[in-house]
Design a binder for this molecule. Structure first.
Ligand SMILES: [Fe+2]
Length: 511
């Protein structure tokens, strides 16, 4: 049974609330009462530690308000939070209160501490007489613990316009210990008018737009269920800001880009269960970080957007671009690359998971609209990829696994010591999760990919369906199940496993 999303309970008298003045969808927030149930965006948790996690909510009685402020009055609101050992809250463990402020779009990030390790906990919030849905979270095992099993789901690319979030619902029903979101959590585009569902508002440019877009996504009940099911580890990709942005460079010339980037990052922090250390400052945010799951797994959460060089050759797909071999080109930036390699050197984990955005293995399509190498991915940053592979191969890393999103299809690949040389030794593996919805229903084959598989023996699996990745980690093996749903343009539908692979301990191959 997934964490039961308790029906919101109105604790105050309904008559008193009905008499409260309602704010219009576009009205300027005023001081005054919260006009309706503010818990329309659900709850979330993230970045667990041995004794805590972040729990999150955001108050928004009118989630689609054009000013991005969710229909909240322009004042701070006290929010109580509660942690219990059981879903009915008969065994309460901790209580406290936080302040939701207009300058943070009335978001609340509470960093819990003092909870027992490797535990399952339930949390909820209360504000202005309203009670939030219930979320489930976890603490991680003690730093030296290796006896646990970790069930992880990874997801990416959930375009609201392309379909229903059935895959998020099925992911919630898996009861994972942790969910890793690899980016493209939302898309910046204006409503197209011809898709399954329409975005509210124009293309996101201002802080109000990004806040409104996050709120719209969070009203989706399947996405709310996925957040309530487990703590999430999140990193963004490009569409949380704009298509294929790189560092401080937009894909297309845009004098307002610094302000747009700052707005997108602020809204991202406000809407994600991140620790205060990630809070956006001076137009940037520190998103790369380590999350350790005892001695079993270490997640290296990577940011491949904020510090990267401009796109090589100015084009997304090319086969004739020498610039991509330039040793100075970087996806990670100097500081993050050093941090990653230091993390490898100090690793004590059985599994080192690189949670990142763009395709890591070499891949060059010979036909179709995406012909050539994807220069927005690691194929556009070849020298830095070589340094990361060497870092895995020549360090304390025992089992390196790259987790990837971005490309709207399931892929599995073996990473070789010299990735272009099929005879060199495999040193790591890559598991690429498909999109939740982006691209629509998908298909069973794709001619451009089928054509290259015979010449790319390092690529072991491809599926052009929507879904997510489920992985079960033990000290002896990582089992990966590529989960797919048959359609997203209609609600509902089952989930099935398209393929499964086992990566044995100390054997970087997909069996
Ligand atoms: Fe995407």
């Amino acid at each position: 049974m997934s964490p039961n999303i308790s029906r919101r309970t109105v604790l105050k008298g309904a008559a008193g609330l009905a008499a409260a003045p309602l704010l219009g969808f576009t009205g300027t927030p005023r001081r005054g009462p919260v006009p309706a149930d503010p818990f329309t965006l659900g709850v979330a948790s993230g970045d667990p530690s041995p004794d805590g996690a972040v729990i999150w909510t955001r108050l928004a009685p009118r989630p689609l308000a054009d000013d991005g402020l969710g229909g909240m009055p322009a004042r701070t609101v006290e929010v109580q939070w509660e942690i219990a050992a059981d879903e009915a809250f008969t065994r309460p463990l901790q209580r406290g209160h936080a302040v939701a402020a207009p300058e943070d779009a009335h978001s609340v990030h509470v960093e819990l501490a003092g909870l027992p390790t490797a535990g399952e906990y339930f949390y909820r919030f209360r504000a202005e007489g309203y009670l939030s849905p219930v979320g489930r979270t976890r603490t991680t095992p003690a730093p030296d613990a290796l006896n646990a099993t970790l069930t992880m789901c990874a997801a990416s690319c959930s375009n609201y316009q392309h379909g229903w979030f059935t895959a998020y619902r099925r992911l919630a029903e898996e009861h994972p210990d942790v969910v890793v979101h690899l980016g493209d959590y939302l898309y910046e585009y204006a409503a197209s008018g011809e898709r399954v569902r329409d975005h509210a508002g124009p293309e996101t440019v201002t802080l109000a737009h990004y806040r409104q877009r996050h709120a719209q996504y969070r009203t989706d009940p399947d996405l709310q269920a996925a957040h309530a099911a487990a703590p999430w580890l999140v990193v963004f990709d490009d569409h949380e800001l704009a298509d294929n942005w790189a560092g401080d460079i937009p894909k297309t010339p845009d004098a307002g880009f610094p302000a747009r980037r700052a707005a997108a990052l602020q809204a991202y922090y406000e809407n994600m269960p991140l620790r205060a250390s990630a809070k956006a400052r001076n137009g940037g945010m520190r998103l790369y970080r380590l999350v350790e799951w005892g001695a079993l797994a270490t997640f290296h959460m990577l940011d491949t957007r904020q510090y990267r060089s401009d796109q090589a050759c100015g084009d997304r797909y090319r086969s004739d671009c020498a610039e991509r071999f330039d040793p100075h080109r970087t996806l990670l930036g100097t500081d993050q690359q050093r941090w990653l390699l230091d993390g490898f050197a100090q690793s004590r984990a059985r599994w080192d998971l690189l949670a990142q955005q763009v395709f890591f293995a070499p891949l060059e399509l010979a036909a179709g609209p995406a012909r050539g190498a994807n220069l927005d991915a690691w194929d556009g940053y070849v020298a830095e990829r070589d340094r990361v592979i060497a870092g895995i191969a020549d360090s304390a890393v025992r089992n390196g696994v790259v987790l990837t999103g971005d490309v709207h299809a399931h892929w599995a690949a073996e990473i070789r010591r010299h990735p272009e040389d099929p005879l060199s030794a495999p040193v790591a593996t890559e598991l690429v999760t498909t999109s939740i919805t982006s691209g629509g229903d998908g298909s069973d084959t794709r001619a451009d990919v089928e054509a290259i598989l015979p010449e790319n023996p390092h690529i072991r699996y491809f599926s052009n369906r929507r879904g997510y990745l489920r992985a079960t980690l033990t000290p002896d093996e990582l089992r990966a199940d590529f989960r797919t749903v048959p359609f997203v343009t209609r609600p509902g539908g089952p989930v099935t496993t398209g393929a499964s692979f086992v990566i044995p301990d100390r054997l970087p191959q997909l069996l």
